[in-house]
Design a protein around this ligand. Sequence first.
Ligand SMILES: C[S@@+](CC[C@H](N)C(=O)[O-])C[C@H]1O[C@@H](n2cnc3c(N)ncnc32)[C@H](O)[C@@H]1O
Length: 185
Amino acid sequence: MQLNTLSMVHEFLKQHVAPGAFCIDATAGKGRDTALLCRLAGENGRVLAFDIQPDAIAQTKALLSSECLTAEVILDSHAHMEQYAAPETVDCVVFNFGRLPGGDPAIFTRAETSVEAIGAGTRLLKPGGVMAIALYYGKENGYGERDAILAYLQTLDDRRFSVLRCDWANRRNDPPMPIFIWKER
Ligand SMILES: C[S@@+](CC[C@H](N)C(=O)[O-])C[C@H]1O[C@@H](n2cnc3c(N)ncnc32)[C@H](O)[C@@H]1O
């Protein structure tokens, strides 16, 4: 199968999320990232998953239940994630910006809340923690969210965070960008 952004993000998660980890899936959607985080963190780990759409919450819970996995699936904006976890306690935060596949095309992640949520995620990460982002853009989303996120990432202190943003040079149709962030120890 051809390499793509989701497979790269999943490989990154497999390399960085150890049993017992505390993880946040900031955009639960259909629950595929939540399920992977649950499998990697194992029964001694803890996973929070956020989405603003009841339909996404239901789909995530159904997927977890079908795989006998457990997460705290929360109907709230990822911009509020600091209300659910203490600073510097989280091992991994995952974002999959864009819209719910097959869902309402009018509901998608927005620049203002996305930037706020990435900032919240950086504060929640433990030293040594990681963040993975699949940044979808174009179509209904337009380019404003992508540009705001990329501009924000450039402001992160390079003594505290390493930010790797990747771009597909020869893929058509606005391919999502994989972005990886490490919080220094
Ligand atoms: C591309 S989908 C996520 C796909 C998901 N990771 C999966 O594995 O299926 C983006 C999701 O972000 C959700 N979303 C949009 N704005 C949000 C917000 N402010 N807080 C949390 N989730 C949000 C959408 O409802 C949608 O389900």
